[in-house]
Design a protein around this ligand. Structure first.
Ligand code: SAM
Length: 217
C-alpha cells in the first residue's frame, strides 16, 4: 500500500478531493493510505505562529523553519523512508511519465504545501524533490499537491477499471494526445460518429485512432 502524508495549513481543502471518485476507491481497496498533518499544530507559542517576515525586507510572510521541520520530522516518525516532496513553482515540472514512475516505484511520500510568499529556504535540507505543476503561481501548494497525488493514485495497480486505460491515454508516452472518442447516440444534433468506429473492424479502428492521435505541443 502506498502511504501519502500531506503537510498543510488547510487540511479541509483535501476532504472532498481525497474522499471522492478514484481517490476514495483507492483508499477503500487499501491501495493507498492518506494522512493529513496540520502544520498549525506545530506552530510556535500560544498563537501557534507559523509565519514571519523575510530577512532583507520585502512583501508578505514566509513559513518559518521550526514548524516545517517539526511537521516533517513528525511525518518521518510514521514513515522514515518516505520521500519528502516540496510543492514549489521553482521545482521540476510535473509530467505524466513522472506520475507513472512514482506510482510504480514502491516509494511513500510526504508532500509539503507552501503558503504565503513561500518558505524559509533552510527546509530544503529535508526535501528530496521539489515539484512544480506549471509556470504559474498558486496561492498555496494544496492544489498542486492534489494534482500530483491524483495523477499518481489513479495509476496505482487496481485503481482504474480497464487494464490498459492508462497505457493508451494522453501523455502516456510523454508526447502523444489521445484520439477523439464518442459514445451513444450515433447522431446528435446532426453530428455523426465517424463510420469506422461503428464498423466493428478492429484493425481499421486502430488505424483511425493512430491517425487521429496528436503530438502534444
Ligand atoms: N513567492 C513564491 C515565488 O515567487 O516563487 C510563490 C509563493 S506561492 C504564493 C505560495 C506557495 O504555493 C508556494 O510556496 C508553493 O508551495 C505553492 N505553489 C504556487 N505555485 C505553484 C506551482 N506552480 N507548483 C507547485 N506549487 C506551487
Amino acid at each position: 500500500m502506498k502511504k501519502i502524508q500531506i503537510i498543510t495549513l488547510f487540511p479541509e481543502m483535501f476532504e472532498g478531493v481525497l474522499n471522492s471518485s478514484m481517490m476514495w476507491k483507492a483508499q477503500k481497496e487499501k491501495v493507498v493510505d492518506f494522512r493529513i498533518i496540520n502544520l498549525r499544530e506545530f506552530g510556535l507559542g500560544p498563537r501557534k505562529q507559523v509565519d514571519d517576515t523575510p530577512y532583507g525586507g520585502g512583501d508578505g510572510m514566509l513559513l518559518m523553519p521550526e514548524p516545517l521541520f517539526s511537521a516533517i520530522k513528525h511525518a518521518q516518525e510514521n514513515d522514515s523512508k518516505a520521500k519528502v516532496v516540496l510543492l514549489t513553482p521553482k521545482g521540476e515540472r510535473w509530467v505524466q511519465p513522472k506520475a507513472k514512475s512514482w506510482a510504480n516505484n514502491g516509494d511513500n511520500y510526504i508532500f509539503v504545501c507552501g503558503r504565503y510568499e513561500g518558505y524559509d529556504e533552510r527546509i530544503l535540507t529535508l526535501v528530496d524533490k521539489q515539484i512544480s505543476i506549471g509556470d504559474y503561481v498558486l496561492t498555496g501548494g494544496e492544489l498542486a499537491a492534489m494534482t500530483v497525488i491524483d495523477s499518481i493514485v489513479r495509476l496505482l495497480p487496481g485503481v482504474l477499471g480497464g487494464e490498459n486505460s492508462a497505457e493508451i491515454e494522453s501523455f502516456s508516452d510523454g508526447k502523444t494526445l489521445e484520439y477523439p472518442q464518442y459514445t451513444r447516440p450515433e447522431v446528435f444534433e446532426g453530428l455523426n460518429v465517424p463510420k469506422v468506429l461503428l464498423s466493428g473492424n478492429h484493425a481499421e479502428i486502430a488505424k483511425w485512432r493512430q491517425k487521429n492521435s496528436k503530438k502534444a505541443k
